[in-house]
Design a protein around this ligand. Structure first.
Ligand code: DON
Length: 308
């Protein structure tokens, strides 16, 4: 049985999410991120036919942060193939915070997965052999169905000025002979990918492409192989929301990748893409309003992957 998405349902989800914004805090370890309005909240859904429904601040631009790790992974698998990419990074949840360095040093030479900082830095190193930032910017515009994406310069400069932990991760990977590239160039590329200026609408577009097996639902153009989309979304399910991935898999049950800018992209099994913007974050770094609203939407529309 199909459960219909309605404007009323999204409006209700917006109210539920908004009520939670004061229970979180905006990220501040990248100083520029602290300047956003913590009460902002928007949800956009792109349906299988490319039509959109939305509620709240869905045109507000914000930095994509770790949601870009999905684009980086898709680009790397498309260029180098599955086998090669996963000789440099594992496919396992780390259970640690996204910027942790501990297990990488103590228990594993390879990053646990492509969606923690270490994994994305490693994959960015691979990509840097073949691509410039401008190439990945173009690919991001395509995947997000959004030609207006630019580099958010203040966020990029702020992250570059304070990103020593990520530089430490890059140098550790290099010392282990896993990263074979210039550490400063790779982290600069990584900072730029985290600073793409997107909106909830852009993330709904990205989600819709993933939910349609790599095909743009509006033009029917194939943007990545179906297998690539499957891998990107599977890892979103198991590792996409940091060390809260298990809880969100249980409560929301839709593959999701979040970023500390407040964005979340989701791809439903029914072919819908969902984009969220809510910069007030919970303790693990996920949009607090977003998770509340998504729990409601998932339940009402029966979108949980394992609801049989
Ligand atoms: O590297 C950082 O800390 C940020 N640019 C991105 C962090 C984020 O969104 C969550 N990380 N997986």
């Amino acid at each position: 049985m199909a459960y219909e998405l309605t404007q009323e349902l999204l409006d209700e989800a917006l109210i539920i999410g908004k009520a939670a914004t004061d229970r979180g805090t905006v990220a501040s370890y990248i100083p520029e991120l602290a300047k956003v309005d913590a009460e902002d909240f928007g949800i956009c859904v792109m349906q299988k036919d490319g039509s959109m429904l939305h509620a709240g601040e869905v045109n507000q631009r914000f930095s994509i942060q770790s949601v870009s790790k999905t684009i980086v992974l898709a680009a790397a698998i498309s260029e180098f193939g599955l086998d090669k990419v996963f000789t440099y990074v594992k496919m396992e949840p780390s259970g640690d915070s996204f910027n942790s360095i501990l297990k990488l040093d103590l228990t594993s030479n390879l990053p646990y997965n492509p969606y923690i900082n270490a994994g994305a830095i490693q994959i960015t190193g691979l990509l840097s052999k073949k691509f410039k930032f401008e190439d990945l910017l173009d690919y991001s515009k395509k995947l997000c169905l959004d030609d207006e994406i630019t580099l958010n310069l203040p966020v990029y400069e702020s992250e570059a000025a304070t990103g020593d932990r990520n530089r430490a991760i890059a140098y550790l990977l290099k010392s282990k002979d896993v990263l074979h590239a210039d550490c400063d160039e790779v982290t600069d590329f990584y900072f730029k990918m985290c600073s793409l200026n997107v909106s909830a609408k852009s993330l709904a577009g990205l989600g819709a492409v993933l939910a349609n097996g790599g095909v743009n639902p509006i033009t029917n153009e194939r943007l990545m192989e179906a297998e690539t989309a499957r891998i990107v979304t599977t890892l979103m399910f198991t590792c996409g929301t940091y060390d809260e991935s298990g809880e969100i898999a249980v409560k929301v049950g839709i593959p999701a990748k979040s970023g500390v800018g407040g964005g979340i992209v989701l791809a439903t099994k029914t072919g819908m893409g969902i984009g969220v913007y809510g910069p007030s974050l919970d303790k693990k770094g996920n949009s607090i309003a977003g998770i509340k609203a998504l729990e409601y939407i998932s339940k009402e529309l029966h979108l949980h992957t394992f609801e049989y």
